[in-house]
Design a binder for this molecule. Structure first.
Ligand code: CP
Length: 320
């Protein structure tokens, strides 16, 4: 694997390979000595042009647990605020001999621009670009679902055929939703989207999903997993967003909807959560919520991605 830019073009074999290697990484995390020497001498740059807690920290933890050197770059406080371009920033990192660049950027397509440019000769991992994709989030979500379905001991080699996932909320702005839709489809899962019509993308009819507008009806279908998405208020245009009160009443996972879930339905959220808006505290803090499990699994999945990108891989730029 040279880069990880999206899940839309990720093959089933590659996806399962990442999830299986993540299982191996998870085993090492359970041991007393958590650190592996695998990426000693490699340099990984975390290049974050947008805010992040989980993704940035878990990529840093993953790289360190593989013994790589890590450089953290945040646009805030850097020369980006003086107008420095992505090209000049990338070339500065190239001069520091980065082997991999993990990039989060507000512009959809920025990771691909970097990967296909001559600016850097490093593997590129998309850590979230605009409203496009967030592939490692979808991989850690699939890892969490697979473990919940089969157990850690029996997950290897398996996909999610027949697993039923309902994704709820601000699909329009969600790179997490897009990456999950493509990956879950590749892995054989059945995906239902639930949202107000104004928070669905225009091309949703071409996605491999079922669309519903009533969360109550979707819950009555007893899905295996309900994934609540963050309402991205910072990207919202008041003209098409229902009021927060209205949104919570119709599309939020309220205490009464949480009580109506089937006994074995898990509750997922990529974080950060708007408690009391898209998800109530009873659901977020319940044993059936996988929110913190997803965060922990994110380290294993990101270790797997960095390992597959960098370990023993002397692929050169012309192999892209
Ligand atoms: N899920 C996610 O991407 O969280 P952060 O924005 O905190 O990285």
């Amino acid at each position: 694997m040279r880069h990880l830019l999206d899940t839309r073009t990720l093959s089933r074999d590659d996806a399962i390979r990442i999830l299986d290697v993540a299982e191996d990484m998870a085993v090492t995390q359970g041991r007393e000595v958590k650190k592996l020497p695998t990426l000693r001498g490699k340099t990984i740059v975390n290049l974050f042009f947008e805010d992040s807690t989980r993704t940035r920290i878990s990529f840093e933890a993953a790289a360190k647990r593989l013994s790589a050197d890590v450089i953290n770059f945040s646009a805030k406080g850097s020369s980006v605020s003086k107008g420095e371009s992505l090209q000049d920033t990338a070339q500065t990192l190239q001069a520091m001999s980065a082997d991999a660049v993990v990039i989060r950027h507000g512009a959809s397509g920025a990771p691909r621009t970097l990967a296909t440019s001559e600016w850097v000769d490093a593997g590129v991992v998309n850590a979230g670009d605009g409203t496009h994709e967030h592939p490692t989030q979808a991989l850690l979500d699939a890892f969490t679902m697979r473990r919940r379905r089969y157990g850690a001991e029996s997950s290897r080699g398996r996909d999610l055929a027949g697993y039923r996932v309902t994704i709820v909320g601000d699909i329009l702005h969600s790179r997490v939703a897009r990456s999950n839709v493509w990956l879950l489809n590749t892995l054989g899962a059945e995906v239902t989207l639930v949202a107000p019509p104004t928070l669905l993308p225009q091309d949703v009819s071409q996605w491999p999903v079922q669309v519903r507008y009533s969360l109550d009806e979707a819950i009555a279908d007893a899905p295996d997993a309900v994934m609540m998405l963050r309402i991205q208020l910072e990207r919202m245009n008041a003209a098409y967003f229902p009021s927060e009160r209205e949104y919570g009443r119709r599309w939020g996972l309220t205490p009464s909807r949480f009580a109506a879930l089937a006994n074995d339905t898990i509750v997922m959220h990529p974080g950060p959560m708007n408690r009391g808006l898209e998800i109530c505290a009873e659901a977020a803090d319940s044993p059936r919520a996988t929110v913190l499990e997803q965060v922990a699994n994110g380290i294993s999945v990101r270790m797997a991605v960095l390992y597959l990108l960098l370990a023993g891989d002397d692929t050169k730029k012309e192999d892209r």
